[in-house]
Design a protein around this ligand. Sequence first.
Ligand SMILES: C[S@@+](CC[C@H](N)C(=O)[O-])C[C@H]1O[C@@H](n2cnc3c(N)ncnc32)[C@H](O)[C@@H]1O
Length: 319
Amino acid sequence: MASRVQLNETCTPADSAALYRVFINGVQPAQVCLIEEWLWTLPSVVSVECRYDGIEHLLGMEVIASAPDLDGQLQACLAQAGVGAADLEIQPPQPVADADWAEAWKAFWPVTRLLPNLVIQPSWEPYEPGPDETVLHLDPGMAFGTGSHETTRLMLLALDTGLAQAQPWCSLDQAILDLGTGSGVLSVYLGLKGASGITAVDILPETVVVTQDNMRRNALPDTAIDVSTTPLAQLPTDTYGLVVANILAHILASLLPDIGRVLKPGGTVLLGGITVDRYAEFKAVLDTLPFTLRQVWVQGQWVALRMEWTGGSGMGAAS
Ligand SMILES: C[S@@+](CC[C@H](N)C(=O)[O-])C[C@H]1O[C@@H](n2cnc3c(N)ncnc32)[C@H](O)[C@@H]1O
């Protein structure tokens, strides 16, 4: 199984002249966040993925970069990070063709059970669903969101819990915003559960086609999810009862006032993408805004939060 950890917002495969792939073997699960943070200090890095054998066993990390000398830079930065770089094996970079980029990782991604009643089925894998199982047919293409990364799982777990308990914050009748939709995994899940007023946005243009393809794979009507690259700042004020946003903490922190602005008073935001060691810092930002923390989920190094917008109508960022 492969889980795409994230795409660098400033450099996507589409705008790179040439890409190189490096495998880091021997990574311990506890090292992943630290190694990831250091990798993102290298400007040529465009993607970091964890490779798993099944769900539990971490095989290593795959890094895609737009420069051929990544292994040397990696050795230097891992040595500085003091993560026991001596135990890591960094394979020499291999050039990646665009077609390979989109195809090669498929071999690592089988049908995956994310929750007791939720299975993700890649478009190229056969699967016979059991009774009461929700099957999400997904192909992330060039976008983030195989569904198997811990942050996405946490978001799905939170939504599943809310739906199973018919909690009002998770009502499917309200307007829902999926901010940073990636492959559309969260929107498609909500669509399969019966939501019809979903707006999905992302800053990466390729996510629009990928999400629309995934809607069709799941037989959702074209109208179920309105997907675009509309910036959050241009979305209407006081509109959504629920916002789901699985984006890295430092980006989320800057988006919070605008998230408050688009939420209806009393609306809920479900946030993922926050690491345990960044939680205190993130919470300090949250505490400056009229959000009330209602629920926290933790899985591995990742935290998801459910918060209620207790600001008044039209508060948050200037509209
Ligand atoms: C970690 S992925 C999450 C994908 C999917 N929602 C999931 O839960 O698996 C984060 C996504 O947020 C997008 N993103 C980052 N900053 C954003 C912003 N300011 N507005 C909208 N989307 C953003 C990225 O392009 C990426 O597709």
